[in-house]
Design a binder for this molecule. Structure first.
Ligand code: AHG
Ligand code: MN
Ligand code: MN
Length: 337
C-alpha cells in the first residue's frame, strides 16, 4: 500500500525546491488549507440551514447566521491574520484591500488574493462550489504597510495559485510554478492527502462550457464558434461555478468561455480573484488561457482590484482552434472618412 502524503508534508518537502525560501510561502499554503477545512465544514452544513437558521436570523445557539461567502471570507482572513505570514489580502468580497496587523505581519513578503466562495448561487441547491486563491510577492518595502501596487500585478507574477472544490469530495489543487498537484480531504482524519500528482490537462476534450443562454448577446464570431462546438458534437456542460467547470476540464479536457455580453461588456469574471489564479493553474497543467481579444490572460495589465475580463481557457488545442476561429470571423473595423 502506498504511504499517504498529507498536504503539510508535501508542502514542506517542496520548500526545498526554493533555495532561499524562508518558510513563509509554505506557511501561507498551510493557512489556506486550514481555512479550506473550516469552510468545507460550513458548506457541508448548508442544507441544515432550515434547522440552524437562515441568513440574517439567529440560529438555535443564538448566533447570527451569516451568508456563506461572507463566512468563508472571514475565515480566510482570520487564518491568514493569525499566522502573520502575509502583509495584506484582497478579496472579491471586500471593496478595498485589507492590511494585516503590522505587529503580526512584520516584514512579511507576500500578499494573498481570493474569491472565498465561487459559484455561491449554487449553495442552496447542493451543487459544487469552490475557493480560488493566488499569492504574489509584494512590491513595496517589507518594513511598511502593503500598498495597492502590491495587488495590481500581472498574473505572470503569481508565485502560487490554486483552488479548493467542495464537491462530492473536497479537493485542493495548487501550483507554485512547478506542476500542479491535487489533494483530497479525508474527512476521517481531517487531512488533505495527495491524490492527483502532476496533473496534465488533455490536449483536447469532449466538452465545451459556456452560458449558452446568452448566445444572442455574444459577438458574431463567438456565436459561430459555439455553433462549431455543437456541430462537432461536443457536449455542453455549464455548472455556473467556474471552479467546478475548470476542475472537470483539467481532468477530462475541454474549453470554458465567458465572453463579453451586453450586461458585461468587459466580461464578467474578475481578473485578480478568478481569471489569473485559474489561468496559472491551467497553464501549469499544459493548458492555455486568453481573453476574447486573444491576449494571454496572465499578461494583462491589472488596473483595478475588481477589474473584469473575458476568458477562454482549457485544453491547448481547443483554445488555439478558438483563436483561429475568431481571427477568421472577426468583422474588420471599417475606417470611414
Ligand atoms: P461568484 O459566485 O464568486 O460570484 O462567481 C460566479 C461566477 C463563476 O463562478 C461562474 O462561472 C459565473 O459567475 C456564472 O455566471 P453566469 O450565471 O452569468 O453564467
Ligand atoms: Mn467567483
Ligand atoms: Mn465569490
Amino acid at each position: 500500500m502506498n504511504r499517504i502524503v498529507t498536504l503539510d508534508e508535501f508542502i514542506i518537502h517542496r520548500q526545498k525546491d526554493f533555495p532561499f525560501a524562508s518558510g513563509e510561502l509554505t506557511g501561507l499554503l498551510r493557512d489556506i488549507g486550514v481555512a479550506a477545512k473550516i469552510v468545507n465544514r460550513e458548506v457541508n452544513k448548508a442544507g441544515l440551514v432550515s434547522i440552524l437558521g437562515v441568513e440574517g436570523s439567529e440560529n438555535t445557539h443564538g448566533e447570527q447566521v451569516q451568508k456563506l461567502d461572507l463566512y468563508a471570507n472571514d475565515k480566510l482572513i482570520d487564518c491568514l491574520k493569525n499566522s502573520g505570514e502575509c502583509c495584506g489580502i484582497a478579496s472579491e468580497e471586500n471593496e478595498d484591500f485589507v492590511q494585516m496587523p503590522m505587529l503580526e505581519s512584520k516584514n512579511s513578503k507576500y500578499v494573498v488574493v481570493f474569491d472565498p466562495l465561487d459559484g455561491s448561487s449554487n449553495i442552496d441547491v447542493n451543487v459544487s462550489v469552490g475557493t480560488i486563491f493566488g499569492i504574489y510577492r509584494r512590491k513595496s518595502d517589507s518594513s511598511g504597510p502593503c500598498e495597492l501596487g502590491d495587488f495590481l500585478q500581472k498574473g505572470t507574477e503569481l508565485v502560487a495559485a490554486g483552488y479548493v472544490i467542495y464537491g462530492t469530495s473536497t479537493i485542493l489543487v495548487y501550483t507554485t510554478g512547478r506542476g500542479v498537484n491535487g489533494f483530497t480531504l479525508d474527512p476521517s482524519i481531517g487531512e488533505f492527502c495527495l491524490s492527483h500528482r502532476d496533473i496534465k490537462i488533455p490536449n483536447r476534450g469532449g466538452y465545451y462550457s459556456v452560458n449558452q443562454g446568452y448566445y444572442l448577446k455574444f459577438d458574431v464570431e463567438m456565436r459561430r464558434y459555439i455553433d462549431y462546438c455543437s456541430d462537432m458534437n461536443l457536449r455542453l456542460r455549464y455548472i455556473g461555478s467556474m471552479v467546478s467547470d475548470i476542475h472537470r476540464i483539467l481532468f477530462q479536457g475541454g474549453i470554458f468561455l465567458y465572453p463579453n455580453t451586453r450586461k458585461y461588456p468587459q466580461g464578467k469574471l474578475r481578473v485578480l480573484y478568478e481569471c489569473n489564479p485559474l489561468s496559472y493553474v491551467v497553464e501549469q497543467a499544459g493548458g492555455k488561457a486568453i481573453n476574447t481579444q486573444l491576449n494571454r490572460i496572465l499578461e494583462m495589465d491589472v488596473t483595478d482590484l475588481h477589474m473584469r475580463s473575458t476568458i477562454v481557457i482549457g485544453s491547448p488545442d481547443m483554445v488555439d482552434e478558438m483563436k483561429e476561429f475568431v481571427e477568421r470571423y472577426s468583422v474588420p473595423s471599417v475606417n470611414i472618412g
